[in-house]
Ligand binder design. Sequence first.
Ligand code: UDP
Length: 240
Amino acid sequence: MEKRQELYRGKAKTVYATDDPHRLIMHYRDDVSAFDGVKLAKLDLKGETNNKINAFVMGKLADAGVATHFLRVLNERESLVKAMKMLPIECVVRNVCAGSMAKRYGIEEGTRLREPIFEFFLKSDALHDPLCNDDHIRVLGWASAGEIAQMRALTHKVNAALAPLFAGAGIDLVDYKLEFGHPTADPAGPLVLGDEFTPDGCRLWDSRTGEKLDKDRFRRDLGQVIERYREVARRIGAPL
Ligand code: UDP
C-alpha cells in the first residue's frame, strides 16, 4: 500500500490517497480547533493520541456489530480507512445535557436525560452547523428516509456499546458526534460509520469528580488537554 497525494486537509486530520482508489490514509495532526475553526492551536502528542484512541474505539464498535470505515493503524499518526462518500450530516447523541443543548433550551449542564436524545445537524462551518430534522434532511435531499433510519439505528447501537465501555472506566459519556457515509466500493450498500471517535468529538466527564476529560478543556481554557486525553485512553484500555 503506497501513500499518494493529499486529498483533503480538515481542521485536525489530513486525508491522503493510496494506490487503491477505495482506501485512504487518515493522518491525525497535532492541530486542535474550536468554535467552527475560530480558535486554533497545536498540542504535542495530540495526533498520535487520537489515532490510538480512535483505533481502539472503532475496534470495539466493530465487535459490537457496527460497520466502520476503519481498517488498521499504519503508524503513530496514521490509519488506513475505506474511502467514503460522506453524508453532510452530523449525528449527535446526548446522554447528559450539555453544550449547545443546554444553551438552546435553558437547561442546566449536567442534567441527566431519561433516555438518550438524538439530534441532526447540517455539516456546514459557514452556517455554524444548524440543527435540522428528518424532514429538512429528506426534503432538501441531504439523505434519504432509509439513510435517516440507518443513522438513527446505528447511532443507538454505538451508544449501547460505548456508554458501558466508558462507564466501566469511571467516565460519563455525556454526548458525541458521529458521521456516516457509503464506502466508494459499495455506494448502494448500507451506511458505514466514518470520521473519528476521539475526545475531540465527545464530552467525557469523570463519573466521580465531574472533571472534564475532552475538548472542552481546550474550548474553555482548562489546560492539561492532552494529559486528560491520555488518561481517557489509559482508563478505557486503549494502548498508547
Ligand atoms: N461536536 C463535534 N463537532 C461539531 C459539533 C459538535 O464534534 O461540529 C460534538 C461536541 O464535541 C459534543 C457534541 O458533539 O461532544 C455535542 O456538541 P454541541 O451540540 O453541544 O455543540 P458545542 O458545545 O460544540 O457547541
